[in-house]
Ligand binder design. Structure first.
Ligand code: AP5
Length: 210
């Protein structure tokens, strides 16, 4: 099954992607994670993307379309994949269609703006393996290090409240129009993302029939 996980920044796309990926044994293709890896590795693409990401703006369509096209062509995507954070603009959605990839479902995790800032400012990421926690909703055992690998937890630069406000503005202007795009294709399923993480997972699994 080819799945798009859609929703505002902090809706819980990454959290749900991890669970679906494990349950269905299909990979998650997170453009945000791939761009952050490129930044960490200091590749030309990573360096070019850095300022846009840290400001909470979008990286160019050309760059992200190229990343996704290469990634989808890899062998492990043959039995399905989860797109997390792509497409984010109408040209990206059109480019995905042009790749000839059939999308089975677009899951829109709905969370109002008011709830987003608390989620983002409380998010902590493992500096080594990237595992995601939340100081209140999903804390690590000691609150400071990763349960999986023991490395220190960090705050993403673009999770500062003023950057989150900007990311939400970008979402409403550039990304939200995709709701109509996928509604017209009868692919959109909406999930209430304001419930607890476990309740959202139950809704997501029900929507996917898994
Ligand atoms: P990206 O990494 O994709 O960020 P995002 O879409 O803004 O989403 P996040 O990863 O921040 O949040 P999420 O929805 O995955 O939520 P999570 O599960 O972590 O993109 C970063 C940047 O890269 C972009 O700003 C842009 O610059 C660039 N980029 C990426 N893709 C691009 C593209 N296609 N085009 C152009 N540029 C692109 O949850 C958040 C927190 O809430 C966690 O702490 C979690 O534990 C907690 N939480 C989760 N679910 C719940 C719940 N139900 N209740 C309470 N807390 C919860």
């Amino acid at each position: 099954m080819n799945i798009i996980l859609f929703g505002p920044p902090g809706a819980g796309k990454g959290t749900q992607a991890d669970i679906i990926s494990e349950t269905m044994s299909i990979p998650t293709l997170s453009t945000g994670a791939m761009l952050r890896e490129a930044m960490k590795a200091g590749t030309p693409m990573g360096l070019a993307a850095k300022s846009a990401i840290e400001a909470g703006s979008l990286v160019s369509d050309e760059v992200v379309i190229g990343i996704v096209k290469d990634r989808i062509a890899q062998d492990d995507c043959k039995n399905g994949f989860i797109l997390d954070g792509f497409p984010r603009t109408i040209p990206q959605a059109e480019a995905l269609d042009a790749m000839g990839t059939k999308i089975d479902v677009v899951l829109d995790i709905e969370v109002p703006d008011e709830a987003i800032v608390e989620r983002m400012s409380g998010r902590r990421l493992c500096s080594a393996c990237g595992a995601s926690y939340h100081v209140k909703f999903n804390p690590s055992e000691d609150g400071e290090t990763c349960d999986k690998c023991g490395a220190p937890l960090t705050l993403r630069k673009d999770d500062k409240p003023e950057v989150v406000e900007h990311r939400l503005g970008v979402y409403h202007a550039e990304t939200e129009p995709l709701i109509g795009y996928y509604k017209n294709k009868n692919l959109l399923v909406t999930v209430d993302g304001q419930k607890s993480p476990a309740e959202v997972t139950a809704l997501v699994k029900k929507a996917l029939g898994i």
